[in-house]
Design a protein around this ligand. Structure first.
Ligand code: CTP
Length: 403
């Protein structure tokens, strides 16, 4: 999945011939799953039509502070637009627009919005080769880079003037690739490896029967997706579930029993930075597993059970640098029991689900959790979708690495 998926992109178009290429650019953003809003300078409308861009972006195009022809027109709020964006891209960025950006000369909506934007700003210059090399342009680049803006360098080739050289706006595909690479490199968990357990475990009674539970695996899978979106590599060790993931950063390892999950976790644990145990591991398993299907010969049938190994506790024992997060499902004395588990299992953080809280627990799309850290700081959270709970959990991981 592209790092641009779900991102809000504000595309500012200034008046150069390369503006015609922004139709492809918008299409590529939409294809990558981004949301796009377009701002045009008056001059750019000579090169590409607002209708083309509004159709492709599926949003109205912004060009002026208000529409003079429409009596009921509302003022276009450049501050709101600037704050809406996760990323602002000015492409093509002409010499004139670059110089206005340098000086804060906001005589059009594009520059006013640029000055209001708090997100990363990228610009893709486009001009003739002599303009591109002119000291004033070079000085604009230097100043804009000092402001924290990121240049997407122009390419070399045939120019609209008929000359050949450096100054062509980077091709739309190359702009997208540049943004993806740059945004990916800045993700907060880039370079981290995170192990996540999910789902139930099945403990065999005989070749056709097992002891299991109702865990859907959704919480663990949502955590895995959230972790991958933040740049980490994920090892997702899951018991039997109907869920699947399509993300090259998530290595899904399917297991069945608690023993298999234990072995897989210990295989990967030494090489990970973080482990989050969200699986509902069976606490007991049949002591003897029959090789053959058990016949219903007797009136009563007793299965003797023995404890499984506690995966989380064993990871806590062998923990070195790893940040270890466990879950606790409690029905009474929740906080106290969870605190005991933190100590007993040597955890850094516990995610407490109380069955006394409505909306928490198995088979639901929501969860109501309380965080308790190893210093026993208790932080109750609101009822949320499991996707948002997953983001809260990952924010705890980010905070840990920011310390
Ligand atoms: N867990 C585990 N291996 C087990 C049992 C549990 O890794 N064999 C992990 C779960 O993934 C979860 C945490 O331990 O992160 C808490 O599990 P929970 O069932 O709430 O508590 P237990 O430790 O099993 O204790 P009890 O059932 O007595 O409350």
């Amino acid at each position: 999945m592209s790092v641009l998926s779900g991102k809000k992109i504000l595309l500012g178009i200034s008046g150069g011939i390369a503006a015609y290429k922004t139709a492809s650019l918008v299409r590529l953003f939409i294809k990558a799953g981004a949301h796009v809003q377009v701002i045009m300078t008056p001059a750019s409308k000579d090169f590409v039509t607002p209708l083309t861009l509004s159709t492709l972006s599926k949003n109205p195009v912004h060009a002026t502070f208000f529409n003079e022809e429409d009596e009921d027109a509302q003022w276009t709020n450049h501050v709101e637009l600037g704050l809406w964006a996760d990323v602002m891209l000015i492409a093509p960025a002409t010499a004139n627009t670059l110089s206005k950006m340098v000086n804060g000369n906001c005589d059009n909506l594009l520059i006013a919005t640029y000055l209001s934007a708090k997100c990363p700003v990228y610009f893709a210059p486009a001009m003739d080769l002599d303009m591109y090399k002119h000291p004033s342009t070079v000085s604009s680049f230097t100043t804009l880079k000092q402001f924290g803006n990121i240049i997407i360098p122009a390419e070399t080739g045939e120019l609209a003037s008929g000359l050949s050289g450096e100054g062509r706006m980077a091709e739309p595909e190359n702009i997208i690739a540049f943004l993806e690479k740059d945004l990916e490199s800045k993700l907060p968990l880039k370079g981290k490896i995170i192990l996540i357990t999910a789902g139930p475990t099945y403990e065999a009674i005989d070749p056709v029967r097992f002891i299991g539970n109702h865990s859907s695996g959704k919480m663990g899978f949502d955590i895995a997706i959230s972790a991958a979106n933040l740049g980490s590599k994920v090892i997702l060790i899951s018991g039997p579930t109907h869920l699947s993931v399509q993300d090259s950063n998530i290595n899904l390892i399917r297991v069945t029993s608690a023993k298999e999950m234990y072995d897989a976790c210990h295989h990967y644990f030494p090489s990970v930075d973080v482990a989050i145990c969200a699986a509902a591991v069976a606490d007991y398993k049949p002591k003897l597993v029959s090789n053959q299907k058990i016949k219903k010969s007797d009136a009563e049938f007793i299965i003797e059970l023995e404890k499984t190994k506690d995966i989380l506790a064993s990871l806590g024992q062998s923990k070195k640098k790893q940040f270890l997060i466990g879950f606790a499902l409690e029905t009474e004395n929740e906080i106290e029991n969870a605190k005991l588990k933190i100590q007993k299992k040597n955890l850094d953080l516990i995610v407490l689900n109380s069955l006394q809280d409505e909306g928490a627990g198995f088979g639901k799309s929501t969860n109501k959790i309380t965080f308790i850290d190893k210093n026993f700081l208790v932080e109750p959270m609101d009822l949320k979708s499991k996707e948002l709970v997953a983001i809260d959990i990952m924010n705890k991981v980010i905070t840990h690495y920011e310390k």
